[in-house]
Design a protein around this ligand. Structure first.
Ligand code: FRU
Length: 518
């Protein structure tokens, strides 16, 4: 892995982290005053107020996302000793509503089998593993162990799949002593297991990233795995290695339609890391795509390694890492690095003969969204803290939305009729020189065939997420202005086409202090 070739940075310890003891949040008269000091967080520049971020140190992929006993669990790739990537642990946070997160102690530490790489978690309702005791349902984590010595020795089999389980709702975890449960057959990139219960055949299915394809395995008990099939070496995008797959289904007109997410790095539509998807059928053995076209769950540069929560029934909630390996380790945050996207509800949309996957911010975010204010008159507004902006038009129309601060730093985004593209331009967004490709204008095709056009923006301190046409085209972009953006203006040569231009302040979401270490 390329990012490991940075050894001088690995030992780097973070400077002492200062606790800020009190939290004062004043939300007054419908507009949010940003006097908030996030509990146990200093009011650092760039710190997201709507998005999950680690209190300190390095974070990448979301892992082990599972819903159990009214709690959403989020685990994540975490290196507590530095603000760059290193020996991976699983950090942990919990939430009752997917909006307010409570930091928890680290769940999994590296051991003699290696670092704890990405993976998933499932509720083993039937106790197929036998890990359950005294009627307690086990939560089981299935993850890759990456052995750095094996990698250094030039071996090919240094990534293997392991298990850990929890009998106290994710508070403490025991590693399964029989790990690895799936040994590497000699494939250098052999990682990121996403497991689901395939009820039709009473078995678990593991979708694993295996270099330039995914490989499906099945198991009766999560411990013994059998290879079923491979998919993808001739399908979709292949500009980089395949990572972090996910397989899940929607019911469409009484039939199951399966979605396969696959992240690739590099080779994204706007450079670096990105996540593509396929739709198709899955029969417990083979995935057969509807077509092999390349489609992206998010066309922007900053949504990677995203997968869905398990055990949420028909509902599919997705969250990605809001960064890009191209620059993730050099962005100008000081005490922590990276945030997650907002959780997004996925849905299936049939357009002609193809299925598209739409992503929209989860409804729970309404609880922190205040009443919208129409900007239709001046086409300008101000905000402080997170905000949601909605623009709709009767037909595809040139629109430029500018988010800016007093220093004149800005991000512009919108739609361009001549090319049929949505765009986000962060060339003048503030700090951009830390990586040569960062200052760029990114584009994404309009996929909707509906006449009406709509843009919903979620704006935070250092990110914007654009959900166009009810989530058919999505773009996420991060940026680092000296002060958070507080002005918005909307311009269009065909203003008469605009039916909605409205801004809703959003309440900052406060990360809770960590639970006491065990
Ligand atoms: C994706 C990824 C995964 C791997 C993890 C390591 O960003 O490269 O494939 O498991 O990060 O931190």
């Amino acid at each position: 892995m390329q990012r490991m070739r940075n050894p001088q940075l690995f030992g780097m310890k973070l400077s002492l982290y200062l606790y800020v003891a009190t939290t004062v949040v004043i939300a007054a008269c419908g507009s949010v005053q940003q006097t908030a000091v996030q509990q146990n967080m200093s009011p650092e520049p760039f710190r997201p107020q709507l998005h999950f971020s680690p209190q300190r140190a390095w974070m990448n992929d979301p892992n082990g996302m599972v819903y159990f006993n009214k709690t959403y669990h989020l685990f994540y790739q975490y290196y507590p000793d530095s603000t760059v990537w290193g020996p991976m642990h699983w950090g942990h946070a919990t939430s009752a509503d997917l909006v307010h997160w409570q930091h928890q102690p680290i769940a999994l530490y590296p051991d003699s089998l290696g670092y704890i790489f990405s993976g998933s978690a499932v509720v083993d309702v039937q106790n197929t593993t036998g890990f359950g005791r005294e009627g307690k349902t086990p939560l089981v984590a299935v993850f890759t162990q990456h052995n750095p010595q094996g990698e250094k020795q030039g071996r090919l089999d240094f990534q293997n799949q392991s298990l850990a389980f929890s009998l106290d709702e994710g508070k403490t975890w025991a590693k399964y002593q029989g790990s690895p449960v799936l040994s590497n057959p000699g494939i250098r990139d052999f990682r990121d297991p996403k497991v689901l219960w395939y009820a039709d055949a009473n078995k678990w299915i593991m979708t694993l990233a295996t270099q330039d394809r995914v490989t499906f395995y099945s198991s009766p008990d999560l411990k013994n795995w059998k290879k079923e099939s491979e998919f993808g070496h001739l399908a979709g995008a292949h500009g980089g290695v395949w990572e972090c797959p996910d397989l899940f289904s929607f019911t469409h007109n009484g039939e199951k339609v399966w979605v396969l997410l696959v992240s690739i790095n590099p080779g994204g539509p706007n450079g670096g890391s990105a996540t593509q998807y396929f739709t198709g059928r899955f029969n417990g053995t083979v995935f057969t795509p509807v077509d092999t076209a390349t489609r992206w769950i998010d066309y922007g540069p900053d949504d990677y390694a995203g997968v869905t929560w398990s055990n949420t029934g028909e509902r599919k909630v997705f969250m990605g890492w809001m960064s890009n390996w191209q620059y993730a380790q050099v962005v100008p945050t000081k005490t922590w690095r990276s945030a997650m996207t907002v959780p997004r509800e996925l849905s299936l949309v049939k357009q002609g003969e193809t299925f598209l996957v739409a992503s929209n911010p989860i409804n729970e975010l309404q609880t922190v969204t205040e009443k919208p204010v129409s900007l239709a008159g001046t086409m300008e507004g101000t905000f402080s803290g997170p905000a949601k902006l909605q623009v709709s038009a009767t037909e595809p129309t040139d629109v430029t939305i500018t988010l800016s601060n007093k220093a004149g730093q800005r991000v512009t985004l919108g739609y361009e009729k001549a090319t049929g593209n949505y765009f986000i331009d962060r060339t003048a967004s503030g700090h951009t020189t830390f990586e040569k490709g960062f200052a760029a204008r990114h584009v994404a095709p309009r996929l909707s065939i509906q006449k009406e056009m709509s843009l919903t923006l979620l704006i935070d301190q250092s990110s914007v997420e654009l959900f166009a046409d009810n989530g058919l085209t999505v773009m996420t972009s991060i940026f680092f202005p000296d002060d958070g953006f507080s002005n918005v203006s909307v311009e269009s040569p065909e203003k008469k086409n605009l039916t909605v231009v409205q801004l809703s302040p959003m309440k900052p979401v406060i990360n809770q202090p960590p639970a006491a270490r065990q």
